[in-house]
Design a protein around this ligand. Structure first.
Ligand code: HEM
Length: 410
């Protein structure tokens, strides 16, 4: 049996700020072409292939290293510490099972579908505010749409959508070691978590006396049916849903439009038959350009896989981008093509195993409603100059994307 540290592995630095766009594709595909299943990064190993990625994501001897990141950066008290300890992604075993069983009913496919009329209404509002056929898609649609949706799903007043967006962006940075190495950033995240708690606690109180048609009420009801969600668990679950659900969906929608702008025939196919093509397009965008390109694990015990020993404590980043290009799982995986039958394998974009994205149904519904809406309104889309891609580490987002569209004739 070989120990992983004895392997001669190709190098990849996932935190390289230039890793984005074509350079990201060329670099990651280069590892696939060379037949690697593991690469070496500065702080961790990177798992390249799908089967190995699933193995580590599903392993009982692996956990998300959120608490470790907190310890490394000296976050030992304050609201951010409470959030790290309570975060569902940092829990395991029975504790995690209980939290999932309490939150799952609020995010089933049926529950997610029930929000589709709200999503359509938000898209219509944003569309009606558009005064020109040349605009930045990110500020006009990708950014406000998921935060207004999540505000409504949570039962927050609409005027608070912008604040929710800001909290989500800041608090998300608890997973970014580069951001955490700046003490001012840590102080600001502490402050933002505190602000969020001050905002959400009275809302939870209000929903206890005045139930409404929203996620907070559903979580309170589940609690009242005999399960034990403490006030602290409740406010942190709501925060996890906010942080997990805004930046991700926003970034994936931007990439969807970017990819479809570059594939006019596919856009027309989608417009001609949205009932069939919209769900396929969403699946293909999630597979081809996952905004969660890496997800992290730390081994809690020694693990063996493919005759290689991985010592306890090993840090791993599972790469969904390369995992989603497994030719045994997906036909013609290097091509972005919404009209190809891809088979039944789930891409790694939402993870795998116990932490599989709890918001996947809501995210899909949001993306589907977005594409369906634009397919009805827009005849052709072109990128119009500036597309500012973020780096692929963290959530692979887009800061700005200028479009020129022609409207569909009514
Ligand atoms: C395109 C959109 C989205 C993507 C690509 C995405 C991706 C992911 C991934 C990869 C994980 C697993 C992380 C891991 O195992 O290390 C995850 C977990 C999670 N996601 Fe999402 N997500 C999206 C949307 C959402 C939405 C809309 C919500 C909230 C409604 C959400 C809430 C969460 C939560 C709370 C977890 C932790 C689950 C657990 O620990 O059991 N996500 N997501």
């Amino acid at each position: 049996m070989t120990v992983v540290t004895d392997l001669d592995l190709p190098e990849l630095d996932p935190a390289d700020p230039d890793l984005r766009g074509d350079r990201w594709h060329v670099t990651a595909n280069g590892l696939l072409d060379a037949g690697c299943w593991l690469a070496q990064g500065p702080l961790s190993l990177i798992v390249i292939d799908r089967e190995a990625g699933e193995f580590f994501l599903r392993s009982r001897s692996a956990e998300f290293p959120g608490k470790l990141i907190g310890e490394l950066f000296g976050i030992t008290d304050g609201p951010l510490h409470e959030q790290i300890v309570a975060n569902i992604i940092n829990r395991g075993g029975d504790d995690h099972r209980r939290l999932r069983s309490l939150v799952n009913p609020a995010l089933t496919p049926r529950a997610a579908n029930s929000w589709r009329p709200v999503m359509r209404q938000i898209l219509e509002e944003l569309w009606s505010e558009l005064e020109s056929d040349q605009f930045d898609f990110v500020s006009r649609f990708s950014r406000p749409y998921p935060s207004r949706t999540i505000a409504r799903v949570m039962g927050a007043p609409r005027v608070d959508a912008q604040r929710l967006h800001e909290w989500s962006e800041w608090i998300q940075r608890q997973f970014d070691p580069i951001a955490l190495s700046d003490a001012d950033v840590v102080a600001e995240i502490q402050h933002k978590v505190g602000e969020f708690y001050d905002w959400v606690d009275p809302l939870i109180e209000e929903r206890r006396s005045q139930p409404a048609d929203d996620l907070i009420t559903t979580l309170i009801r589940t609690e009242e049916e005999g399960e034990r969600l403490s006030d602290q668990e409740l406010r942190n679950l709501v925060l996890n849903i906010l942080v997990g659900g805004v930046d991700t969906t926003q970034s994936q929608l931007s990439h969807a439009i970017r990819l479809l702008a570059g594939a006019p025939e596919q856009w027309q196919a989608l417009r001609e038959n949205p009932d069939e093509m919209v769900p396929l397009a969403v699946s293909e965008v999630l597979r081809f350009e996952p905004v969660t390109a890496f997800t992290a694990r730390q081994l809690t015990a020694e693990v063996s896989f493919r005759d290689v020993t991985f010592p306890a404590g090993t840090l791993l980043l599972v790469c969904s981008f390369t995992g989603n290009r497994d030719p045994e799982a997906f036909t013609d995986p290097q091509t972005f093509e919404i009209r190809t039958e891809r088979g039944k394998t789930r891409p790694l974009t939402f993870g795998a195993g116990i932490h599989y994205c709890v918001g996947a149904n809501l995210a899909r519904a949001e993306l589907e409603e977005g594409l369906r809406f634009f397919a009805g309104q827009i005849d052709s889309i072109e990128l119009n100059g500036l597309t500012e891609l973020q780096a692929v580490s963290g959530i692979y987002g887009i800061d700005r994307m200028d479009l020129r569209i022609t409207r569909a004739v009514e």
